[in-house]
Design a protein around this ligand. Structure first.
Ligand code: COA
Ligand code: ZN
Length: 298
């Protein structure tokens, strides 16, 4: 067991992609700069998707060309090979691809069938491995789909094995609509950690049913050490109705540090980034411990 946890900050992508308030490119740039200053090791800057589908993410190429100085791992989400070309054309070296566990979610998210999505994902990972590009493969709606309901863990395990055969840098199990519970997380992540090792895995939780922190804890307990989270708890998918925000980075940092895992993140700087985000969004953002942290973080 290692004593550190790697956090991938997703506020600039998952956090913003479904907001009714569209941030300007300058605001997105300022947010990325503030987040990069927190000491977070990994930062997702946006997505290379159709601006008609997700106008909030238009112009990610401009952000990719102006990444701030801290030498951390910057990544972007791509939905298909066109997004891959655009992202690597801007010098992004780590890509996230979202492959949903169900037919309907793929149709609604990227207009491909389940079969087409996995075939595209396999092609993309093969190409990435040949070209020295890292891929974080996300298995989306891994617990429940907003269109098809609960997803069987057996289906997810077999899809996870299929994706791992393509050797992604990381397989991320994503609870896109926040429907998981700690028991389900333990039962899914334990065999995956045993089979593939914790270094190959990550978890991505949303807090719709107030269980995201408990789910992080359950994953930690079975060895997972890589988590996505979003400053201020902002987040949601425009094509997954009912999804609430991601687990808040400040809450995950607090949990991990309290349990003796280092994250490398400076809480006061993170809270500064959350303040900026609140200003840009136009309403107060913050995780469950926001009140306490804002009075006690040092
Ligand atoms: N980036 C930018 N534009 C893209 C693109 C990409 N990765 N992929 C396709 N497009 C463009 C096409 O060039 C075309 O443009 P045009 O209308 O000017 O000719 C248009 O999008 C439609 O192309 P098509 O291949 O028919 O796509 P589609 O309408 O079936 O939409 C996606 C497919 C994937 C592009 C679209 O659904 C999408 O961007 N989804 C985003 C999903 C997302 O971000 N979800 C949240 C995170 S999981
Ligand atoms: Zn998400």
């Amino acid at each position: 067991m290692t004593d550190s946890v790697v956090i991938k900050e997703v506020a600039a992508r998952d956090g913003l992609q479904a907001q009714p308030k569209h941030l300007t490119l300058e605001q997105r740039q300022q947010l990325i700069e503030a987040l990069a200053e927190t000491g977070v090791p990994e930062l997702e800057i946006g997505s290379f998707v159709s601006p008609k589908a997700v106008p909030q993410m238009a112009g990610t190429d401009v952000l990719a060309a102006n990444l701030p100085a801290p030498a951390i791992s910057y990544s972007a989400l791509v939905p298909n090979m066109k997004g891959y070309d655009a992202a690597i054309g801007c010098g992004v070296k780590t890509l996230a691809i979202a492959l949903a566990a169900t037919e309907e979610m793929n149709q609604n998210n990227i207009r491909m069938s389940l079969e087409q999505t996995f075939a595209m994902g396999e092609d993309l990972m093969t190409r990435a491995n040949n070209e020295g590009v890292s891929v974080h493969a996300y298995l989306a709606v891994a617990f429940e789909c907003p269109y098809e309901g609960p997803v069987s863990p057996d289906v997810v395990l077999s899809q996870a094995r299929q994706l791992m055969a393509c050797k992604p840098a990381r397989l991320v199990i994503a609870d896109t609509i926040g429907a998981a519970n700690p028991g389900a997380v333990r039962d899914l992540m334990k065999p995956l950690v045993e089979e593939f090792g914790a270094d190959a895995l990550g978890c991505h939780f949303h807090d719709t049913r107030a269980m995201a922190m408990a789910n992080v804890y359950a994953a930690l307990e079975v060895g997972v050490r890589q988590f996505d989270s979003s400053a201020g708890g902002l987040g949601g998918c425009p094509f997954a109705p009912g999804a609430k925000g991601n687990v808040a980075t400040e809450d995950v940092v607090m949990l991990c540090e309290a349990m003796g895992y280092s994250t490398g993140i400076a809480m006061p700087r993170l809270l500064t980034a959350v303040e900026l985000l609140s200003e840009f969004i136009g309403s107060p953002q913050g995780g469950r411990a926001h009140y306490w942290l804002s009075k006690n973080a040092a």
